[in-house]
Design a protein around this ligand. Structure first.
Ligand code: HEC
Ligand code: HEC
Length: 482
């Protein structure tokens, strides 16, 4: 009771909770120190101060002024979402729940979105570090940022076969459908902040003369000119990063042009599945398609077997790491297989390097869930409610997105998207396509390949695709999640 009283008085400061700060990206400083052969101590502090000035703290985050002042970034800089998602868990003056990110996500992703929450080290794969701006599951092009819709999808349905839970399963909260877009926007905030930090450390600082100060609030009074210069440099980076995210905002261009979306728009193939194909394809065509798919799977253009093994279970000898792990190991001159080399970095936030294995394709636990339509989730009201719950802008841009509107979600879509767009951040490449590359795969060959991959799991798995915790549990039992 006294706790509730204090809570109401102090609004979001919570009970017995000290104010927290975003954690600096120490692994990045380490990597830069190695590269530049100098101690970056002072510079790291300047970067941390600049970030606090621009983005605030986890208890009181803000969008940088330079973005808020321009109408161009209006859809990005939603202060209401920040207020709901950030801070300690509690309720605001209107008794609306705040601190959503700390309640639902930070135990894994960390308060700073660095993927270093208290439970992170126990999980495989590790929770995403948002600070690179790299996301695996999106309809957009390889190399672009996910749209809010992409993030909403991941948060709603989780990542089956991993510990990333589906918020759709959290029916305890009355507002969970409202909360999802808010959390998606907060993920975007954390990612943008992390990317700005990264570019300040990797580019801006590298170019500074040793007597130049990047950022120091005291300069505001003692040397306004130097302060302005520093701010200009920081704002340049903020704009550069924000512009990248704006490209994927509202789904439009990057979404409709990605190979996956273009393919889905060209063919009805995406709306069908293996069973109906086997009935509708005349004569031997179905069998021939599977045979052609197998040949492509094993052949040298698609080269799937090289990583997934001929039988699709994954080549156990194959060893590679994802981009997040490579960032602090290989790119910093550290051998991820040599424990003595990486162990000292653990205190800076390094998680033990774990290889990113090619998925076992004989299990139907696909991680990417390309659409929110017709998912095997019993609560149909969620599907009905989600588009309306998103902001008006998102809803109208959703109308413009043929893929989201018409395509069903199925393992076929997950395979198609993985093959056509690749899985960014992981070793899974986007297939070479005929349109852009001589000798690349034609559309019919893509269909053959996808049918063959579907056939790998079809015989052993009759259960519908599961989502979130259930799937993760099942995957553990079945030895999946690789
Ligand atoms: C129990 C741990 C756990 C919790 C809780 C959790 N996540 Fe995750 N999350 C993960 C893991 C593990 C991955 C990585 C999955 C992968 O790489 O396939 C992930 C990945 C993600 C991704 C990246 C998907 C992509 O495209 O790369 C986003 C975004 C995300 N989580 C957001 C959230 C949000 C928002 C919450 C809170 C509502 C949350 N997560 C709660 C474990 C968790
Ligand atoms: C260089 C190695 C490599 C090659 C070549 C490769 N893959 Fe993958 N593939 C992976 C890895 C690694 C993953 C796991 C990605 C992750 O961490 O989410 C994966 C994941 C997948 C998934 C799972 C998608 C999901 O949503 O869970 C499918 C389907 C897939 N690959 C199909 C293929 C097909 C078909 C080909 C050939 C066109 C192929 N892969 C070529 C490494 C590879």
């Amino acid at each position: 009771m006294p706790c509730l009283f204090v809570l109401l008085l102090v609004v979001t400061s919570g009970c017995n909770q000290k104010p927290v700060d975003f954690v600096s990206n120490q692994l990045l400083s380490f990597r830069m120190e190695r590269e530049l052969r100098e101690d970056l101590g002072g510079r790291s502090i300047e970067v941390a101060n600049a970030l606090r000035f621009a983005f605030g703290t986890p208890d009181l985050p803000k969008w940088p002024d330079i973005l808020v002042e321009s109408s161009r970034y209006h859809s990005l800089t939603d202060q209401k979402s920040l207020a709901r998602a950030s801070g300690p868990v509690g309720r605001n003056f209107d008794l609306v729940e705040v601190g959503l990110f700390r309640k639902q996500c930070a135990q894994c992703h960390g308060i700073s979105g660095d993927g270093f929450g208290p439970t992170a080290a126990l999980l495989d794969p590790y929770p995403r570090d948002f600070r690179r701006g790299t996301f695996k599951f999106k309809n957009a092009f390889y190399g672009t940022r996910p749209s809010v819709e992409d993030l909403i999808q991941t948060i709603t349905f989780g990542v089956p076969g991993t510990s990333m839970p589906a918020m759709a399963n959290l029916k305890r909260s009355k507002h969970y459908a409202d909360d999802i877009p808010i959390l998606a926007r907060y993920v975007r905030f954390l990612a943008i902040r992390g990317e700005v930090e990264r570019e300040l450390m990797m580019d801006t600082i590298r170019d500074l003369d040793s007597e130049d100060v990047l950022f120091d609030t005291n300069l505001q009074e003692t040397s306004p000119e130097a302060f302005k210069n520093g701010l200009r440099r920081i704002n340049e980076v903020i704009i550069r990063v924000a512009d990248r995210w704006m490209l994927s905002d509202g789904l439009k261009e990057s979404q409709s042009q990605s190979p996956f979306n273009a393919f889905v728009a060209r063919h009805d193939f995406a709306k069908s599945d293996l069973n109906s194909d086997s009935k509708s394809m005349a004569g031997n065509l179905f069998q021939e398609s599977l045979e052609s798919g197998r040949a492509l799977f094993e052949g040298s253009i698609a080269a799937c077997a090289q990583c997934h093994g001929k039988d699709g279970t994954g080549d156990p000898k194959w060893k590679d790491y994802d981009e997040w792990t490579k960032d602090w190991t290989i790119r910093a001159g550290i051998n991820p297989m040599a424990r003595a080399e990486w162990k000292p970095l653990k205190q800076l936030g390094l998680l033990k390097p774990v290889a990113a294995f090619p998925r076992n394709l004989t299990l139907q636990a696909y991680r990417g869930i390309p659409t929110i339509d017709n998912l095997p989730i019993s609560d149909s009201s969620l599907h009905d409610s989600l588009p309306e719950k998103a902001s008006a802008e998102e809803t109208s841009s959703r109308e413009d997105a043929p893929v989201l509107k018409h395509a069903k979600s199925s393992s076929r879509l997950a395979i198609l998207r993985a093959v056509l767009n690749g899985i960014e951040g992981s070793p899974m490449p986007a297939a070479a396509l005929a349109a852009s590359t001589d000798g690349g795969l034609r559309d019919e060959q893509i269909m053959d390949l996808v049918r063959f991959v579907e056939s790998l799991s079809n015989s052993t798995n009759s259960a519908p695709a599961l989502t979130g915790g259930k799937a993760a549990g099942l995957a553990v039992l079945m030895g999946a999640g690789q």
